[in-house]
Design a protein around this ligand. Structure first.
Ligand code: PEP
Length: 247
């Protein structure tokens, strides 16, 4: 089994002074080691500064989104190549906040994942159902459909991670039961295996949605959970470190 991945998503939080949190995380991990891969995805304004500050440390740096194109007239957008040039090695694509706030379809997310591969970045491809979809008994159908539409077939030749993030669990303090997490992760694994063979069998499937120090160990011990995508609890090094230590 590949090592688990614990990735922090700072979202639209963080100024230059907050790089100190990333440094303190990196120093703690350098001192005692980590049994998993660890990454932080700060806002775009901090990627270069954080990557410089964490160079040679056990903490990788990722972007939170990228454009699918190489360059051009796309005001405000950032290409995967620009993220790589700034020192990122991963990028989150298809986060539910991007899907909701920017109307990103599975096809758009798939093109962004392809851009990540083109630039040599590892995409963390996010999927997840809304509360209405879960209540209607459609969670598995929705998530499987998103995986089929968002994970490019080129993923057979590239490293990537999938993140299952129920929309209703993000930032709410609510989490699915462990049985519900296991059920969705099993469906995602079967879909990835069907589409990508050995690469689909090996890719880490992260859980995301209100992961915190108190629930990390049981979630990370659930079948087919290969790590976590962590929002709020990644902003403070002490909390995030406890989640990393729960692997
Ligand atoms: C996220 O935004 O990816 C996330 C999981 O957020 P939180 O941990 O705050 O629910």
């Amino acid at each position: 089994m590949p090592k688990a991945l614990i990735a922090g998503n700072w979202k639209m939080n963080g100024l230059a002074a907050d790089i100190a949190e990333a440094r303190s995380l990196a120093e703690a991990l350098a001192a005692n080691g980590a049994s998993c891969r660890v990454a932080l995805c700060p806002p775009a304004t901090l990627i270069a500064k954080m990557a410089w500050s964490l160079k040679g440390s056990p903490v990788a740096v990722g972007g939170q989104d990228c454009h699918s194109g190489l360059s051009g007239a796309h005001t405000g957008d950032i290409s995967a190549e620009m993220l790589a040039d700034a020192g990122a090695s991963l990028v989150i694509v298809g986060h539910s906040e991007r899907r909701a706030d920017h109307g990103e379809s599975d096809a758009v997310v798939c093109a962004k994942a392809q851009a990540a591969f083109r630039a040599g970045l590892e995409p963390i491809i996010c999927v997840g159902e809304t509360l209405d979809q879960r209540k209607a008994g459609r969670a598995l159908d929705v998530v499987v459909g998103q995986v089929e539409g968002s994970v490019p077939l080129e993923a057979v030749d590239h490293g990537f991670a999938l993140a299952y993030e129920p929309v209703w669990a993000i930032g709410t303090g609510l989490t699915p039961t462990l049985a519900e997490i296991a059920e969705v992760h099993a469906a995602i694994r079967a879909t990835l295996r069907d589409r990508l063979g050995a690469a689909g069998a090996a890719a880490p499937i992260l859980y995301g949605g209100s992961v915190k120090p108190a629930n990390a160990a049981e979630i990370l011990a659930t079948a087919e959970v290969g790590g976590a995508l962590v929002g709020g609890a990644s902003l403070k090094a002490a909390d995030f470190l406890q989640i990393v230590r729960a692997v």
